[in-house]
Structure formats: C-alpha cells, structure tokens
Design a binder for this molecule. Sequence first.
Ligand SMILES: [Zn+2]
Length: 167
Amino acid sequence: MYNSPVLFDQSDTIVEKFTMQPERRKYLIISDQKKTDVVKHFMNDIEQQVQYESYEINGEADLEKVNEVLILQKMGTQLYIAADWDNAVDIFTAAVEAGFTEEDIQTVIYGPKRRYVYCMKCYRLNEINKEKEAQCSHCDAMMEVGPFFSKVRKGYIGYPFIPVKSF
Ligand SMILES: [Zn+2]
C-alpha cells in the first residue's frame, strides 16, 4: 500500500528558509499572510532569474483557488509554502493530492508546529508537545511516545505502559 506524504513536525519538507532549486522550471509560492520577510527575501533573490507565481490565501475560497492552481501545474514546478501550521497542512495536502511529491515542496511554518501521538490501546490521536510520555485523553492510558511517525495514523506511535505505583 502506498502511503501519501503527510506534513508532520519532523517532515523533511520543513525548512527555516527557502532555497533555490536551479533544476526546476518554475516556482510556485503560496503564503497565508501579507508578504513576510521570508517570502519577500526569497522573491528578491529569484526576481528575474526564474519564472514564478505567487498566491496569498485568506480563507476557504482562496484555498479552493489554490487547489485549482496546484492541479494545473506542469511537471518540474517547485512549490514553496509559507503559512501557519493549519494552513500549511491544508496546502500541503492539496499539493500531494495534485501530484506533488515531498521533494517538490519546501515549507516554512510560522509559529508552533503541531504534534500528535497515536494511542495503540484505543487507536485514537492526541495532540502533544515535546513530552516523551503522555496520557491518552480518550482512554487514559499512559503512553511512551515512540520515535516513529506513522503516515497512515498521522501521528507518532504511542506505546501504552502500566505506570509503576508508589506506595
Ligand atoms: Zn487511548
């Protein structure tokens, strides 16, 4: 079974700043805010060097338009996403559905990245921070947060354990 790429906090597509990909024919930049420094600097760098398009999204309607734009791209387009976590996930997911691979995408996240653990006892997701152990909010099991992110489960695998009782 083929697992589509999913955006997660350790994803290879997440970068501090965008870098040029000279072998690409075209750049597509999608951001969710008025041009921030990250986007502005990058546009200055690439100006007159490469063909590019940029879009700003601000709500559902724009996201639909971005969907159309993504589907119309030819092979060889490099996608740059600059957005907060939730918007980045939406854009990334739309891009993957439109046929982009992880190598075709660079993502700059504004603000915190979300992280999820998948409970192996009740098979549900919990949002977590950086902790190594977490309690499942659905079944109360204590879990050790494993190092493996499951693209199918969309979370890090959480291994339930019985806490040692202190008397
Ligand atoms: Zn659970």
